[in-house]
Design a protein around this ligand. Structure first.
Ligand SMILES: *Cc1c(COP(=O)(O)O)cnc(C)c1O
Length: 455
């Protein structure tokens, strides 16, 4: 047993329930506000965007929500995903730490995003929806939802952040193979896109802008198109908990329990997916695992942002939620980890960070690519640049354990592979990558850029 590398589960181990952290963590959910009225949203506002089943999950405080059989059947294409002991990485680092990674890149679309794309498309189908809209950064979410919609007979329009659309044409082609329509954002197809192009014709786009466009198309469709979001919202984080539930079982097979669980954060879904089941064990069963969210220094919403109500998008059309935010109107630097370039953070994760139950750190771009290179050269997998943030933190944790002379058990989520990110790696290899730090001037103006709400 001592030299086992992969901890394998069978099809019957695929979780039958999603886990809802709101049942166990003592965080009072703040109201979600309508961006026009600044008052709590009505069910009608939300139902223009989402099917009822997802709205109910969004506000649910039930501890466990059953995963529909039809969703589990599609999960069977790639779940349970592997948990792998990174023995070659441990050897390279010469660390007494034990490092494990949960490999969500094993999904057909290449990341954890399919875990929520499948149920989102499913519930839309059940409620008679035939068309959806969404945004995508690097293209991982767009590919996942494109596949899920294609399976469920739903057509999909994707607004893809322009820098990624230009740098990552292969992701667009994958989405088109799943019969989605893809537009570079800001586009001239929406009021919000045209307004931005008028002011800044060379705008590189951002997730905030792309969300505005996708929300606008759904909101103005007269109920014929619904919108799907790949992160941030409670129902999305809920769907991702299959990651942590499987990891708990797999750590049981390994005969160890993590001292630290690490994940990268853009909107917070893959991190919450692996971390919330471990947080349950901390809260209910006396475990003391440290949970570490890793963000880019270029968009450090938790470590440098403000915990306040803010718009979910740039054009102020999406709901206002209470979260760690850098302000919805600032366009972050065009780092290669496009999936982490978001100004805000999931409300539940923000509340848990604020309550001190979850830690956050920020890492720089170059260090993350160096970590990706070490990982590829020891474990073989070329990670997504987003996931490389978690690898950086895991390596640093293992090096600290070495310095302290401690055997520490480290688990991180490898949220996706980097096979569509080769132009980013080409930049790294040619020495063209630079570090970005979120500008101090922008930090000092966050407060004044927030909506003035009285909640
Ligand atoms: C989208 C994405 C992320 C960031 O999103 P979260 O919701 O924070 O998980 C991280 N890694 C990969 C591979 C992604 O595709």
């Amino acid at each position: 047993m001592t030299d086992t590398i992969r901890f394998n589960l069978g099809e019957s181990d695929i979780p039958k329930f999603w886990y809802n952290i709101l049942a166990d963590a003592d965080i009072a959910p703040a109201p979600v506000l309508n961006p026009q009225t600044l008052e709590p949203v009505t069910p009608e506002f939300l139902s223009a965007l989402f099917p009822m089943a997802l709205i109910q999950q969004e506000i649910s405080t039930e501890r466990y929500i059953e995963i529909p059989a039809e969703v589990r059947d599609v999960y069977k294409l790639y779940r349970p995903t592997p948990l792998i002991r990174a023995r070659q990485l441990e050897k390279k680092l010469d660390t007494p730490a034990h490092i494990y990674y949960k490999y969500e890149g094993a999904s057909p679309s290449g990341s954890h995003k399919l875990n929520t794309a499948i149920p989102q498309a499913f519930y839309n189908k059940v409620e008679g929806v035939h068309a959806m809209t969404t945004e995508t950064g690097a293209g991982q979410w767009g590919s996942a939802l494109a596949m899920a919609c294609n399976f469920m007979g739903i057509s999909l329009e994707v607004f893809m952040v322009k820098v990624s659309y230009l740098a990552k044409p292969y992701r667009r082609i994958l989405m088109e193979m799943y019969e989605a329509e893809v537009f570079a954002s800001p586009s001239d197809r929406t009021h919000s896109g045209r307004a931005i192009l008028e002011k800044t014709p060379d705008n590189p786009g951002s997730l905030g802008i792309a969300i505005s466009e996708a929300v606008e198309v759904a909101a103005l469709s007269g109920g014929t198109k619904k919108y799907g979001l790949g992160s941030v919202l409670n129902h999305v984080l809920l769907h991702q908990t299959v990651i942590g539930e499987e990891t708990l079982k797999q750590m049981g097979l390994a005969g160890e329990y993590p001292d630290v669980v690490i994940g990268c954060v853009g909107g917070g879904s893959n991190f919450s997916g692996i971390a919330y089941p471990f947080l349950r064990e901390n809260l209910k069963n006396g475990q003391r695992t440290r949970l570490v969210a890793v963000e880019p220094a270029a968009t450090p919403s938790i470590t440098r942002g403000t915990y306040a109500f803010d718009y979910g998008d740039t054009a102020k059309m999406a709901p206002i939620v209470k979260m760690f935010t850098l302000g919805s109107d600032f366009i972050p630097a065009a780092i290669h980890a496009g999936g982490l370039r978001y100004h805000g953070m999931a409300p539940s994760l923000s509340a848990l960070c604020d309550a001190g139950l979850i830690d956050a750190i920020a890492v720089h771009q170059l260090g993350t690519f160096e970590a990706a290179a070490i990982f590829a050269r020891t474990e073989g997998i070329l990670p997504a640049p987003e996931s490389a943030h978690a690898i950086r933190a895991a390596i640093d944790e293992a090096l600290q354990a070495k310095e302290a002379g401690e055997k520490r058990v480290i688990v991180f989520n490898l949220s996706g592979h980097g096979h569509f990110d080769l132009s980013s790696y080409e930049n790294y290899l040619s020495g063209a990558l630079v570090d970005y730090t979120y500008p101090e001037e922008a930090i000092s103006t966050i407060e004044e850029r927030l909506p003035k709400v009285s909640y």
